[in-house]
Design a binder for this molecule. Sequence first.
Ligand SMILES: Nc1ncnc2c1ncn2[C@@H]1O[C@H](COP(=O)(O)OP(=O)(O)OP(=O)(O)O)[C@@H](O)[C@H]1O
Length: 283
Amino acid sequence: MEPLVKSRSLGKSYGHFRALRGVDIDLQPGQVLGLLGHNGAGKSTLIKSLLGAHSYDGELSVLGMEPQKNRVAIVQQLAYISDVAVLPEWMTVKQIINYIAGVHARFQQEKVNGYLAETDIQLKTKIGRLSKGMKVQLHLALVLATDVKVLVLDEPTLGLDLMFRTKFYQQLLDWFNQGDKALIIASHEVNEIASLLTDVLILRKGAPVVSGSIDSVIERYNKVAVPEVKMKQAYSARPLQVLEAVNHSTCIFDNMKEDKLASLGEVTKPTLAEIFVAVQQES
Ligand SMILES: Nc1ncnc2c1ncn2[C@@H]1O[C@H](COP(=O)(O)OP(=O)(O)OP(=O)(O)O)[C@@H](O)[C@H]1O
């Protein structure tokens, strides 16, 4: 099956500055790709390329089309929610629903009403008067009601409290589980999104440092609790990261056989968040 998003050696320069390079993506229906990286790692630059918002180098196809040339066709089936509230503040909730119903061929008004019924959002309220969390809920409801195939979220829950976050992810998963959809979520909040992901792409200074299915990534790394007396031996096995604890150090290793590491101490699997932190420190 043709991937919903496919890229090969995707890159982007701003003038002489290389903000993104060497990104390969194969996003199939049913996949949730976590796009992880610290500030300035290139996440938004990659998303802007997918949206056709700027030029890029390398190969990129979104829903079988070239983003810059086919923006209008692509946004019928791909939606984007950013951390920046973009809904017109002067409109009421009802007005924005009517407006989108008029311009978006795939918009299903009864769906948006269903999503909003689970919130405290009133149709007559001006968007400018909604709380930040409510605006995000409204935005999500509008997007999910357009029945897109690919949804791209850039730090979607930034500034939302735990209750709004939980509701947000619940609605998102209800939509995703209808099938045939793919999600891309860019975030620093690795712990928050880790359980949703099927795949991950970790960027550092614009380049991919970890990429693949969650299972294959977790498989690759090991965490070992190494007692002080074995630390010299541990260093010779070149850990990615060493964190000192009481009476031992926690070392993360990449691509080392578990039986070899067992002589150093107890071997367990690191979490995605621990891998994320460890690969940022790799020289
Ligand atoms: N329009 C631009 N012109 C020049 N440099 C830019 C531009 N947009 C982004 N950059 C630079 O490209 C790099 C990647 O930025 P980008 O916004 O993609 O990172 P990010 O991973 O989304 O970061 P954050 O998590 O802080 O949003 C940064 O060094 C940034 O300063």
